[in-house]
Design a protein around this ligand. Structure first.
Ligand code: IYR
Length: 226
């Protein structure tokens, strides 16, 4: 250790009995097994404090060189939600109906029943837009490098989704394409690029979701045990 090394602090999370670890792991899996992406939201308001906590949880994600290359913009203003809906639907119409989306892609989406119509962008009480920081502003207008930006910001989005689900709310990883309009509408600087638009709220009373299965553990895990 040299004196200009960064300071270190102790990290001693409690070591739990393995039975307790398994109990928690099962409880966690059981909770997340029940998560579904939702496209029909109740209009009921959600307190800002809950969204703040989900964004704070997102901000605890690991990131390349600890650059934390993300911004989360939360919108409950109906006029801004309306502008976002209209801009998203315009792009989606070009994709779905204007031939921008290849037939193979449309076919892959068929079980989800999606189309260019995005009423949830107005119904959901909150829209939260995740932006990645493609670079950092440095001295003299220089663009400083960020690392593993997409991975880092996506991890933060995963943490956000987990926080939303854990508190009993629902969301959707909506990715209108292209989504550059979000940077303009929300007035974000040129180093920020939107990656996911999350409508957040309670599922609508009559909410239905596609009857789809998740891959089994056997399908997604490979082991080399010692
Ligand atoms: N962005 C479009 C299309 C879409 C693409 C994927 I990949 C999805 O998993 C779902 C939808 C839309 O939001 O409808």
């Amino acid at each position: 250790m040299s004196s200009d090394d960064p300071p270190q602090v102790e990290y001693r999370p409690p070591r739990l009995p393995v039975e307790e670890m398994e109990r928690r792991a099962r409880e966690h899996y059981d909770l997340f097994r029940r998560r579904r992406s939702v496209r029909a939201f109740a209009p009921d308001p959600v307190p800002r404090r809950l969204i703040e906590l989900a964004i704070a949880a997102a901000g605890t994600a690991p990131s390349g060189a600890h650059m934390q290359p993300w911004t989360f913009v939360a919108i409950s203003d109906p006029a801004i939600k309306r502008r976002i809906r209209h801009a998203a639907e315009e792009e989606e119409r070009r994709s779905y109906e204007g031939g921008r989306m290849p037939p193979e892609w449309k076919e892959a989406l068929r079980p989800l029943g999606t189309d260019a119509h995005k009423p949830y962008l107005e119904t959901a009480p909150w829209l939260v837009v995740a932006f990645e920081h493609v670079w950092r502003p440095g001295p003299d207008g220089r663009r400083l490098k960020n690392y593993y930006v997409r991975e880092s910001a996506s991890l933060a989005c995963g943490f956000f989704i987990a926080a939303i689900h854990r508190m009993g709310l629902a969301t959707l990883t909506h990715t209108p394409s292209p989504m550059g309009f979000l940077r303009e509408i929300l007035g974000r600087p040129e180093n920020e690029r939107p990656i996911i638009l999350f409508p957040v709220g309670y599922p609508a009373a009559d909410c239905r979701v596609p009857d789809i299965e998740r891959k089994s553990l056997e399908e997604i895990a490979v082991w080399f045990e010692g």
